[in-house]
Design a protein around this ligand. Structure first.
Ligand code: GDP
Ligand code: MN
Length: 420
């Protein structure tokens, strides 16, 4: 008995020591690789605080999704505003709004751009024939231009963006930038190390509305390669914006990657402290600073909920972006280098701007428009639907906690529900 116990213990000790030696050797041999994986974001770093865990309630996510489901499943028609303008029989004398469809796009995205144009044309624009502006930081190829021109009903402009406006400014501190990119990669911030993406976000935040071609327009409808429109839109959305005093329209509202915008809100607060006159008395403060569903986001983003209007679809009034308040604010933001030291998206920038520097009632949720940009949907229960958008579908279930539309409805826009 005694002998067999000693034997077993010896075996265990030998096995234990061997495992220890092998693990240590393994860690030592692969330490560089492990470190690389940690800093490149291949191993997600736990960003865990007990306080967040206690505050975070899955029941809030469930509750938000139940409310979302209920709203999306209720039948919805066009806005019942009494001033909708439908497409006339003939467009010859149609007085369009001063508006354009707008896509920033690369030559290599021709196929997905065509697909998006096809849905915009068939659901909306063949009835109204608004012009298109295509923007690119490089020259468009002849093939791109001729293929697109064939597919659109309206007038079409292909424009290049000047380098000074598009490129990363020289004064960006490259050592600081690489250091910050490393940190963001550690936290899995998407596109953290992709310079062109930073340029794109900066351009959509503070450039596009002053492009020489866009200066002639007031309203734009931004659309993107690969997106789908799932409802037939029979009224003129630009006239809707104008007649109902709206300056910004969206369909989907999401939380952002908090590590991409850690100083966006503090910089904004700094700006408005120096320029309090620009803040609208009906700004959406509660909505901007909410922290119920994802308190860790609000904490890491230093007070901003990160909830924003998803900007790959937006219908907006560029005169708002050209206003003194928005212009001075984005110039302040730009001067901090945050578009490069962090990865500020144009969506949170537009959303904060549109809800701080103007009356929040100027923002409109296009509840009736069916839309898809991977991986999120808006699928209203509408008689105008093409049937390819499952009513109420949002995304994969594990992404439900990214949906913050209900905040907008409950904290700001419950009166907008009666518009439909
Ligand atoms: P995501 O939706 O955030 O994953 O970003 P996308 O890749 O869809 O980019 C957003 C928009 O900017 C799309 O319309 C792209 O075609 C466009 N875009 C992104 N990067 C560039 C770029 O470097 N050059 C140009 N011309 N367009 C870009
Ligand atoms: Mn996109």
């Amino acid at each position: 008995m005694m002998i067999s116990l000693t034997k077993r213990f010896t075996k265990l000790a030998i096995f234990g020591s061997l495992s220890f030696i092998l693990t240590t050797a393994g860690l030592w041999l692969y330490w560089d690789a492990i470190q690389y994986m940690m800093t490149s974001g291949k191993i997600p770093t736990l960003d865990f605080q007990f306080e967040d865990f206690m505050n975070r309630h899955d029941d809030i996510v469930d509750d938000m999704m139940k409310k979302y489901d209920k709203i999306m499943k209720a039948e919805v028609k066009e806005p019942n505003v009494g001033n909708l303008v439908y497409a006339p029989e003939s467009l010859v004398d149609y007085g369009r709004e001063n508006a354009t469809l707008l896509m920033l796009v690369r030559n290599k995205e021709l196929r997905t751009a065509l697909q998006a144009i096809e849905t915009v044309e068939s659901q909306f624009n063949h009835k109204f024939q608004y012009p298109y502006v295509f923007l690119n930081d490089k020259e468009f190829t002849d093939k791109f231009k001729s293929t697109i021109t064939e597919k659109v009903s309206g007038q079409v402009f292909f424009e290049t963006i000047d380098k000074v406006t598009w490129d990363r400014p020289d004064w960006i501190d490259s050592a600081k930038e690489s250091e910050r990119i490393k940190v963001m990669r550690k936290y899995n911030v998407g596109y953290a190390d992709k310079l062109s993406y930073h340029n794109m976000c900066r351009y959509y935040s503070r450039g596009f509305y002053n492009h020489p071609r866009l200066q002639q327009f007031k309203y734009y409808w931004r659309f993107e390669p690969g997106t789908h429109y799932h409802t037939s839109i029979d009224y003129d959305v630009f006239k809707f914006m104008s007649a109902n005093d709206k300056t910004y329209g969206f369909v989907i509202s999401l939380y952002d990657t908090e590590r991409s915008i850690e100083t966006l809100w503090p910089e904004t607060l700094k700006f408005i402290e120096q320029n309090p006159q620009f803040v609208n008395k009906n700004a959406a403060w509660d909505w901007l600073t909410e922290k119920k569903q994802n308190p860790q986001k609000t904490r890491i983003a230093n007070g901003y909920s990160t909830c924003h209007f998803w900007s790959n679809f937006e219908i907006g009034d560029m005169d708002f972006f050209r206003s003194e308040a928005y212009t001075k604010w984005v110039n302040h933001l730009d001067a901090t280098g945050g578009f490069y030291y962090e990865r500020w998206g144009d969506a949170p920038v537009h959303s904060i701007g549109a809800t701080l520097f103007q009356d929040k009632s100027k923002v409109h949720w296009f509840r009736d428009i069916g839309y898809y940009h991977a991986p999120y949907y808006q699928c209203p229960n509408s008689p105008q639907s093409d049937g390819k958008c499952e009513v109420g579908k949002f995304s994969f279930p594990n992404l439900s906690d990214q949906n913050c539309l209900i905040n907008w409805i409950e904290m700001v826009a419950d009166n907008e529900l009666s518009m439909y």
